[in-house]
Design a protein around this ligand. Structure first.
Ligand code: SF4
Length: 277
């Protein structure tokens, strides 16, 4: 959808379609809905079953990013779903199929798929064998949605992340059964343990934005430091006025998992992928 992006934690964004339905309080001020209403006035693609789809030019863009990443010897990250939720039951099946094929065809891109629906039956479309370049993430806006982390880890993927944005309340990651911690390894099945690899935190912005307490951010930062996990603090909550720098206790936190790097042979063969996998 967009080469380069204002979203600081990725290199690009891509949306297989536009449109969604609101599922939880984190959706109350959905910026994507507001953006769609601005750019497509009169087209009702939120809270209906209508979705906006795109042509070939849109779908070919990631192929160019992939080629460039290969030539540079460094993977580029692509956030999927800034204007939709891939596991939305009203999302067009053909476009979702196209996305899985596109991810498989672009091994030099690191795809970051964010959802609020990790319990959807559609997650079964993700095939474990294909996803050396797919990370999946969930939004956890408050304690009420902490169980999304457990559901997320059941999806086969290269790595996992949690977006605590918009953060609407304190999160107690020690609330897992048996006093374990949601950032520790979690048993998914026999001999299968998975864990979260990255956390992103941000407050809500725009008219009516709900406040975010610095202590909520601090607790999550400390949880990440404890398990040596990258922590990205994106923004404070803000209704209007100038943006306040996202500095916490005198420091910016903009950590990300490292990009993959490789030394390329003369042609873009799949075995070109090197360090970082
Ligand atoms: S799931 Fe995401 S895109 Fe869909 S309504 Fe909620 S915030 Fe908006």
């Amino acid at each position: 959808m967009s080469e380069g992006t204002k979203i600081e934690w990725c290199d690009h964004t891509f949306n297989p379609w536009w449109g969604c339905s609101q599922v939880s309080p984190g959706c109350d001020h959905c910026y994507a809905k507001a953006l769609a209403e601005r750019f497509r006035p009169g087209r009702k693609i939120w809270n209906t079953d209508d979705r906006l789809i795109f042509g070939m030019q849109h779908w070919e863009e990631p192929l160019r990013w992939n080629q460039r990443a290969w030539a540079r010897g460094r993977s580029e990250s692509v956030f999927v779903g800034s204007m939709c939720d891939v596991f939305d039951p009203d999302g067009p099946k053909d476009q979702r199929e196209g996305l899985w094929n596109l991810i498989a065809d672009t091994p030099y891109l690191d795809w970051l798929l964010l959802t609020k629906r990790p319990d959807s039956p559609l997650v079964r479309e993700v095939r474990a064998s294909d996803w050396t370049n797919l990370s999946v993430g969930v939004t956890v806006e408050s304690q009420a949605y902490i169980d999304r982390i457990g559901k997320l880890l059941e999806i086969p993927a290269r790595s996992y992340f949690v977006s605590f944005e918009p953060l609407l309340g304190a999160i107690d990651l020690r609330s897992r059964a048996g006093r374990a911690h949601w950032f520790d390894y979690i048993e998914i099945g026999p001999h299968t343990h998975r864990k979260i690899n990255w956390a992103i935190v941000g407050g809500e912005s725009g008219p009516g934005a709900r406040p975010m307490d610095a202590d909520w951010v601090r607790t999550l930062r400390d949880d990440c430091v404890r398990v040596r996990m990258p922590f990205f603090f994106k923004q404070w909550s803000r209704r209007s006025g100038p943006r306040r720098e996202p500095i916490l206790d005198g420091k910016t936190w903009r950590q990300k998992p490292p990009a993959r790097t490789w030394k390329c042979p003369p042609s873009p063969a799949a075995n070109c992928i090197g360090a970082g996998l």
